[in-house]
Design a protein around this ligand. Structure first.
Ligand SMILES: [Zn+2]
Length: 340
């Protein structure tokens, strides 16, 4: 099976299924650009016993309230009123926690669009960082040649859910003693400007920018290394299913699965496997271990007018939060304390 129909209409490009030949997919006329190949699925019988870490009982509700507020801003791609309102909302909530927020705004010279990444650091005892990230932009559903692609899109799951979850997790992460420094990052411009993914050429603007700036800063000795990325994308659907995303670093996929098992949430994880191009790709491209927690495969609301809060559930956000909190100490142990 190859997600050929999705290839024609995605912002997160489905590019390969397990057991499928990856190669150039539906773009035979174009030479496939260099990209990491999708990998084999993990052996799900081999789990690492991890102590479950439960999120506070009201975290899902809190995140859900953020989703409601964010979707109330309407579409949130560059240049919309909702885009500005959402940036202010994220910044305000992080600042209220006492976090310093970095706003990186730039104009893409080719697209003539202005993008903004937001980030905030939660210091640990060591400077080496684990990045927890999401994208805040929603896919632009206007101005497409095909009228069927133009509609009011609020991206409750595709965009708002992961933003909301990071905001709700931030105070919990602040309270925990940790060796590694954590950085919360909200990428702009994840979605493809074209309706189709088109190999991601006109997408992933924020994550590409972030990785480039990190590499520059690393060379100048201005930043400590990023040891791992945990990416969240679409984590609040009522019928939550986080697929095993096959570009993600194998060891990190094992940790996600082990955390899901430890929390008793395995029903919602890794029942299906498929590679998806997302904001973790620029990290993987430069050798930074990364994992994408994404509910794309089999998600009927993806990039439709039905991606609304009615199809979301606080319990799903709670489940994702449990797994993130449970996997974090192990990610820290494997990638920061033990080296790699
Ligand atoms: Zn999307």
């Amino acid at each position: 099976m190859r997600a050929s129909s999705a290839l024609g209409c995605c912002a997160i490009g489905l590019v390969a299924c397990i057991g499928a030949a990856v190669a150039g997919g539906g773009f035979a006329a174009t030479p496939a650009p260099e990209r990491p190949a999708a990998q084999q699925t993990i052996d799900k019988r081999a789990t690492t016993p991890l102590p479950p870490v439960r999120a506070p009982a009201d975290l899902g509700d809190e995140a859900f309230a953020h989703v409601r507020a964010l979707t109330g801003f309407g579409p949130r791609h560059s240049g919309t009123p909702g885009w500005s309102q959402q940036l202010d909302y994220i910044e305000r909530h992080l600042r209220a926690l006492g976090l310093e927020v970095r706003r990186d705004t730039w104009t893409d010279r080719k697209e003539l669009l202005t993008f903004t990444n937001l980030s905030a650091v939660i210091p640990g005892r060591r400077p080496e960082r684990i990045v927890l990230a999401c994208h805040h932009d929603t896919k632009c559903m206007q101005g497409h040649a095909d009228p069927a692609h133009n509609f009011h899109f609020v991206g409750a799951n595709d965009g708002a859910s992961a933003v909301a979850l990071l905001l709700a997790l931030a105070p919990v992460l602040q309270r925990a003693e940790r060796e590694a420094t954590l950085e919360l990052v909200f990428f702009d411009g994840e979605e493809s400007l074209d309706w189709a993914w088109n190999e991601g050429v006109r997408a992933l603007f924020g994550s590409k920018r972030f990785v480039q700036r990190h590499r520059d800063a690393l060379l100048l000795g201005q930043e400590a290394r990023i040891e791992a990325l945990i990416l969240l994308d679409m984590v609040g659907r009522a019928d939550l299913h986080i697929q095993e995303e096959l570009y993600s670093t194998e060891r990190l996929r094992q940790i996600v699965w082990s955390a899901a098992v430890a929390c008793g949430h395995q029903r919602h994880f890794y029942q299906r496997a498929e590679a998806a191009s997302d904001d973790h790709k620029p990290f993987l491209d430069v050798g930074i271990p990364a994992v994408d927690l994404i509910d794309l495969n089999g998600n009927p609301y993806w990039h439709t007018e039905q991606d609304t809060i009615e199809h979301m559930a606080p319990a799903s956000l709670q489940i994702t939060a449990d797994v993130v909190l449970t996997m974090l100490p192990e990610v820290e142990r494997v990638y920061v304390l033990a080296g790699r």
